[in-house]
Design a protein. Structure first.
Length: 202
């Protein structure tokens, strides 16, 4: 495959947001949280994806292809936990008004559980894969693996682990092929996996 991986530019965030919305349209976690009405779900998913990208953009470690077939957004070592105040400033404060009280409670509960396991799993500096999504039209073509390679290589050079959460068995299989191992599997009530990839030099 002769696909070039590049760092996403700020002017490309809108297009990258559409890719993530498409890639996660059937994600079990989003299906659980977001309203079933397709138009509202897509609107909230769009805002959520854009906030994540704009947050990660500050660290300049969002990778894509020259034609934006997919997105890999990383949080660098010592930048986790996420800065919730910054997330609010980027527009997260609007999401509860769109979701409603009960669904906002679900969202915050899931976030708190994921953060709890993240802190429990990772005591050392590490790279955190905040989001990886490939447009449905280009999945199963090796794009996802290409997009995460720059940081996997850098993590090996730095002798640092990488960490992520995912909510589908298909994604678990993908990450296992790329050197990640399962740490925790749980249902809260959405089934999720936390995964870690140790440095090749560890």
């Amino acid at each position: 495959m002769n696909t070039q991986v590049i760092v996403l530019e700020e002017k490309q965030i809108s297009q990258a947001t559409e890719i993530l919305v498409n890639a996660f349209s059937q994600d079990p976690l989003l299906e659980y949280i977001f309203p079933p009405e397709s138009s509202q779900k897509e609107k909230i998913s769009h805002r959520f994806s854009e906030i994540n990208l704009r947050y990660a953009q500050a660290f300049n470690h969002i990778y894509t292809t020259s034609d934006i077939k997919g997105i890999a957004a990383w949080i660098p070592p010592n930048k986790y936990p996420l800065n919730f105040l910054k997330m609010l400033q980027l527009g997260f404060y609007k999401i509860p008004f769109q979701l409603g009280f009960e669904r906002t409670k679900k969202l915050l509960y899931l976030f708190s559980k994921l953060e709890k396991y993240h802190k429990q799993d990772m005591h050392q500096p590490h790279w955190y894969l905040l989001a990886l999504g490939v447009s449905s039209a280009y999945q199963s073509q090796g794009i996802g693996s290409l997009l995460i390679q720059p940081i996997l290589k850098q993590a090996d050079e730095q002798n640092l682990p990488c960490y992520l959460e995912t909510t589908t068995k298909r994604a678990v299989n993908f990450y296992q092929r790329n050197g990640f191992e399962i740490i925790i599997t749980e249902e809260i009530p959405v089934k999720f996996w936390t995964m870690k990839r140790d440095s090749a030099n560890s």
